[in-house]
Design a protein around this ligand. Sequence first.
Ligand SMILES: NC(=O)c1ccc[n+]([C@@H]2O[C@H](COP(=O)([O-])OP(=O)(O)OC[C@H]3O[C@@H](n4cnc5c(N)ncnc54)[C@H](O)[C@@H]3O)[C@@H](O)[C@H]2O)c1
Length: 261
Amino acid sequence: MFEGKVVAITGATGGIGRGIAEMFLAEGAKVAISDYKTCETTGKEIGASAYICDVSVESSVQKFISDVEADLGEIDIYVSNAGVGDGNGRYVGGGSNEGWQRSWDINVMGSVYAARDLMPKWVERGSGRFVITASAAGLLNQIGSASYSCTKHAAVSFAESIQIEHGANGIKANCICPQYVRSALTEGMAMAESSKDGFLEPKDVADALKASIEKDEFYVFSHPIVHEYFKHRAHAPDEYLQGMGKLKQKVGRPFGKPKST
Ligand SMILES: NC(=O)c1ccc[n+]([C@@H]2O[C@H](COP(=O)([O-])OP(=O)(O)OC[C@H]3O[C@@H](n4cnc5c(N)ncnc54)[C@H](O)[C@@H]3O)[C@@H](O)[C@H]2O)c1
């Protein structure tokens, strides 16, 4: 299904991005990985072309896309995977304005810049797949980080918009919504290690993406329980909020000491 396809992935030095790159490589795709700092070592290790791309800067995203097109050919699948998250401190709305802006620029605008460049070409061609690594926090919530929750909700919404606006043009979107996955992002996070819903490996998420594409499903529920929580939130929103509130009391401040409140 992916033999010879050109796949471009952001934020792929390690973690989920690298896992997705390895999955597509194993399927015979030509894979380009990028990160805001060099990811050449990863590229050499797994056999992917490596690029530098800061997804919060539109010209950097445009350069990544045009370099990949020049080196490997037209992009068939773009995986907007780069993401950041940190705690907002003791009070909701805490954290610096710069931190909130950074989350918005990376978690949301990184996808917007890429879609803005790719969509006209894909609509003309009548095909293309845009994958966004959002999070379960984009459907539910990330306790202790409203900036992560808000921007990941926006990421889910943007993925939906791609499907709604351009599905009829032959374009597909996927939205990956994991809970905790082993990566630099979750390193040392006690809440991840002890999650009753499972602490997945990046490969599990990549395999779930492959399965969702094969089944033609928009959402990638690498933790199937997230789908159940999502349905519960829709059917019983007050009960869901009470449950999350209780969980908050139990876990306290999962990101530790506040940085800026
Ligand atoms: N690990 C989890 O539990 C989990 C759960 C749900 C969603 N996610 C999402 O998965 C994605 C991948 O995260 P991960 O868990 O593999 O962690 P990770 O830290 O290994 O990957 C994130 C990558 O984004 C890169 N990055 C940061 N700022 C960037 C920028 N400005 N431009 C380009 N790249 C940038 C980082 O260098 C890093 O390589 C993120 O979007 C994250 O929010 C992770």
